[in-house]
Design a protein around this ligand. Structure first.
Ligand SMILES: Cc1cc2nc3c(=O)[nH]c(=O)nc-3n(C[C@H](O)[C@H](O)[C@H](O)COP(=O)(O)OP(=O)(O)OC[C@H]3O[C@@H](n4cnc5c(N)ncnc54)[C@H](O)[C@@H]3O)c2cc1C
Length: 533
């Protein structure tokens, strides 16, 4: 079924607020997409927001979902609930597969079929996915940290490792379950390692009878020479010392060359190959922009950088396409880092430009990023914070600032309240409110990926068999449709697993993530940095 969301089509939902107004399509419900949408609340436009997930995700707190501090609802409220009081926006679930710059349409895929959304202005904010630097097969054994699925899977794996260690009768096996390896010493890796250490040393200390959880090894690896390199030498050294003081083993200049079910293979700075036996691995080492960036660059004659980010003009538009803005983790401009503030300010700026044009005011002023600083928590009561070139804070003051900033940017009063309650439980006492894990959350991603691969292979085999029996190119003796004339039609029950997994990114990669490719990508400065291989 093909759905057209233009007002002209009878089979389609009309754009919010009626027809005839300027149509803005926004791809993504993350920081860039949501901030752009909200900034257009009072503009005379009809907005269609298309996103691969039905929630807005506050990625900076994902690691707390993974380690049982917060629930997924607190960091990922439903987008349509957030926008329910904004009548000029229609929220559509779907994974955007095509942007046609010439026809000015966006095509998205859902389990029900294909949706085509026309636009007058387009804001693309599809973010970035995890990069395994061309080693996508690592993802089966070392999940990344980009989505709620990832965080829940990791929660299951982390708490599950302690459970399985308790069952081991051979000490060396227990040690394997009690060794946690985090690849990537950027903010995400540091925060994960710090939290796993707190779990082992505080939260779970009295819960087990056979194992001593304080004997768990938490290893933080990076190919780079520093922890939190983007924060400068001073804070980097403080962060490293603090991590070591809470029991994290920091191993730098170490290159990961293999990851499998029972361990990680690394090369030390002196060239020695070494294997770390570990059942629970976390990948926090690199990002790769949404593949939609490459599509935009190809159609506009533009360029992408090594991380797949689109090089945009100073006003965040695509070269030759003033109606198309690219914001957030997908855009490359003046080495701006892949952080939430760049996405929020970019989204607001793009919305402002559209509103200005509609009012007939001069537009095209260069985007000016206001750097509000970066921060990362290391452990309870300890964080580092860097503001501008001068202010460097570490310890309790930085941690209090971190708390305040994160509460401020969380969406919704209820979420702020419950988050503060859960923080009190975790930081003042030793409890974790969200320790529930299910087998489904641990195995679903890899099982779905395998199921999809099997289904694909079966379909190919079936097509080959039919073709050899009938002699026709498509098994029915009919001419195949040429590229570009293909209509995507989904019949009920057909390839359901493959559809669901591609639509929602439940396969080995997330919704916004690229398929396996050989492009060697570098982490963007700022977040999730620290190339692991
Ligand atoms: C674990 C982690 C911790 C972080 N910590 C911090 C921090 O402490 N401070 C900080 O400033 N930044 C942090 N960041 C970075 C920050 O979250 C990102 O820079 C920010 O989210 C980028 O916003 P965005 O709108 O560009 O993309 P995102 O927020 O990633 O949003 C992308 C949106 O696009 C949707 N999407 C993707 N592909 C498609 C598609 N094909 N079709 C339809 N929809 C699609 C997704 O579903 C999502 O809604 C962190 C990131 C991670 C992963």
């Amino acid at each position: 079924m093909t759905v057209d969301t233009s007002a002209a089509s009878s089979a389609t939902p009309a754009p919010a607020g009626g027809s005839g107004r300027h149509r803005v399509a926004i791809i993504g419900s993350g920081f860039g997409g949501l901030w752009a949408t909200e900034a257009l609340a009072k503009a005379p436009v009809d907005i269609t927001m298309i996103s691969g997930t039905s929630h807005h995700l506050f990625q900076p707190l994902l690691y707390q979902v993974a380690t049982g501090v917060l629930s997924e609802g607190e960091v990922a409220p439903a987008t349509r609930e957030v926008l329910k009081k904004q009548p000029n926006v229609m929220v559509l679930l779907g994974r955007v597969t095509d942007i046609d710059l010439a026809a000015r349409t966006v095509t998205s895929l859902s389990p029900l079929g294909t949706t085509v959304t026309p636009y007058d202005s387009l804001i693309v904010a599809a973010g970035a996915g995890q990069s395994y630097f061309g080693n996508d097969h690592f993802s089966e054994f070392a999940p990344g940290m980009k989505s709620i699925d990832d965080a829940l899977e990791l929660r299951g794996r982390i708490f599950g490792s302690f459970e399985l260690a308790e069952l081991c009768t051979v000490p060396v096996d227990a040690e394997e379950w009690l060794t946690f390896v985090v690849v990537g010493a950027g903010p995400t890796g540091v925060e994960m390692a710090g939290q796993i250490s707190e779990l082992a040393h505080r939260t779970l200390r009295r819960d087990f009878r056979r194992i001593d959880t304080t004997k768990a090894r938490i290893i933080l690896l990076d190919a780079a020479p520093a922890v939190l390199g983007a924060f400068g030498d001073h804070l980097s050294n403080i962060a490293r010392k603090q991590l070591e003081s809470i029991g994290v083993e920091v191993q730098l200049n170490v290159k990961v060359v293999g990851v499998d079910n029972t361990g990680v293979d690394v090369i030390d700075p002196d060239g020695t190959h070494r294997r770390i036996r570990s059942r629970c691995k976390v990948w926090a080492a690199g990002v790769s922009a949404s593949p939609l960036g490459k599509q935009l660059a190809e159609q506009s004659g533009g360029e992408v950088d090594r991380a797949g980010r689109v090089k945009v003009k100073e006003d965040l538009t695509l070269p030759g396409h003033p109606e198309v803005f690219v914001v957030g983790d997908m855009m490359a401009l003046n080495n701006l880092p892949g952080v939430a503030q760049v996405a929020m300010q970019g989204g607001k700026y793009a919305a402002g430009q559209i509103a200005k044009r509609l009012r007939g005011e001069p537009s095209g002023q260069p985007f000016k990023y206001f750097d509000k600083g970066s921060m990362a928590t290391i452990s309870r009561f300890h964080a580092v914070c860097s503001i501008g070139n001068k202010i460097r804070l570490a310890g309790f003051t930085a941690w209090m600032m971190w708390l305040a900033v994160h509460v401020m940017y969380l969406i919704g009063f209820k979420n702020r309240l419950t988050t503060m309650l859960h923080w009190a439980v975790s930081f003042l006492f030793r409890g974790r409110s969200q320790r529930t894990t299910t087998r489904q959350q641990i195995v679903a991603r890899t099982m779905m990926a395998r199921l999809s691969a099997t289904e694909e292979a079966l379909n190919e085999a079936r097509a080959a068999m039919e073709s050899s029996q009938d002699g026709g190119p498509n098994g029915r003796g009919e001419a195949e449709e040429g590229p570009g004339t293909q209509t995507v039609e989904h019949e009920a029950g057909h390839d359901t697993v493959a559809e669901l997994s591609t639509a929602y990114g439940s396969s080995a990669q997330g919704a916004g993530e690229p398929k396996a490719d050989d492009r060697a990508t570098e982490p963007t400065s700022g977040q999730s940095s620290g190339g692991g291989s």
